[in-house]
Design a protein around this ligand. Structure first.
Ligand code: FE
Length: 337
């Protein structure tokens, strides 16, 4: 073959659609994110990623359970590259169905503390929230409060507001109590909460509103709900950090993993790495008044105003999933609605 003919063949190959496809290889111009987070919480940060890298982020929003079911049903035909949701309990479900790819990323392993990611790298926390005690400042002094366990004691009879046990946030919290206290003691504690409960509500905001209105004196909520509520209203509410002399405050995450059936795993991993790094971390947590997962990134002034606290770091969040069934049964056994 003459060198000229060779050249022509190469030229025609370059122009063919097949070659364009092959050359793109694993590179996608769009990553598809199945997201259980509210769109307004992620829109700006995803746009920033597009500006920096040229990679568009296409969102499919929905409830965690529904998105996980969809992923399962779509199997290898899915267009999804990343699953983003809240609570380790939900992420654990996705791993149980074998929907997430184990990643070994030095960047992610450095940026995300070990207890806030899955042991095999199948999901990584991206923002942190604490599930803690909120109290009515007109009725309770911080000295009256001490631990999650203490809310089961007689002095809190009729003074506690709870969210329903059906919410994964409470299932993860009780899983943590089982891990720290053992099943027997955890059951006593949760039974005491139920006994002391004045009301059980469908969401954290209703719990906080009831505490503020004096229907009860204390409640257990995720921190950002208080942040949201106090943004528009002045209410007699404050957060208390329990168990500072023992295992610390229960923390959970919003987090993400790369979809096992994704055709752009390498790029999806880069996207998660970007989300865990300095620049993205500053805003990713802040929009929802959460804490950055990356310990090198300072928290916002809004969350800093709540004071410093010792988080529970001895409870690897993978356990929140593993112990979830036990937690649900425990709550049922003490009639926690
Ligand atoms: Fe929430």
């Amino acid at each position: 073959m003459s060198p000229n003919l060779n050249f022509l063949i190469i030229l025609s190959l370059l122009a063919s659609p097949l070659f364009v496809q092959a050359a793109k290889g694993d590179k996608a111009s769009t990553l598809v994110v199945y997201s259980a987070r509210k769109e307004q919480l992620v829109k700006d940060i995803f746009e920033k990623y597009t500006q920096e890298t040229g990679v568009e982020i296409q969102l499919k929003s929905g409830k965690a359970a529904a998105l996980i079911e969809t992923l399962k049903a779509e199997g290898s035909k899915t267009k999804a590259d990343v699953l983003l949701t809240v609570d380790a309990g939900n992420l654990w479900h996705a791993t149980q169905m074998d929907l997430l790819e184990p990643l070994s990323s030095k960047t992610l392993n450095t940026n995300v503390p070990a207890h806030l990611r899955e042991k095999n790298g199948r999901w990584f926390g991206l923002s942190v929230r604490a599930r803690t005690i909120a109290y009515n400042t007109d009725k309770v002094k911080p000295e009256d409060l001490s631990t999650y366990e203490d809310l089961a004691s007689k002095k809190w009879e009729g003074r506690v507001c709870l969210r329903t046990s059906k919410k994964v946030y409470n299932q993860s919290l009780v899983a943590m109590l089982i891990h720290e206290l053992g099943e027997k003691k955890a059951k006593e504690v949760v039974a005491g909460w139920v006994k002391n409960a004045a009301y059980i509500y469908s969401n954290d905001t209703k719990v906080l509103e009831a505490v503020a209105a004096g229907q009860c004196d204390v409640g257990i909520v995720n921190t950002y709900y208080l942040g949201r509520l106090l943004k528009n209203k002045k209410l007699p509410l404050k957060l208390f950090w329990p168990n500072q002399k023992s295992f610390g405050v229960h923390v959970n995450v919003s987090g993400a993993g790369v979809v096992k059936a994704s055709h752009h795993k390498e790029q999806a991993q880069k996207f998660l790495e970007w989300l865990s790094a300095q620049e993205a971390q500053k805003t990713f947590a802040q929009v929802n008044m959460e804490f950055p997962v990356n310990p090198n990134v300072p928290q916002s002034s809004e969350t800093a105003a709540w004071g410093t606290f010792k988080p529970n770091s001895s409870f690897n969040l993978t356990e929140a999933g593993r112990l979830q069934k036990k937690a649900v049964l425990l709550m049922q056994s003490v009639n926690y609605k």
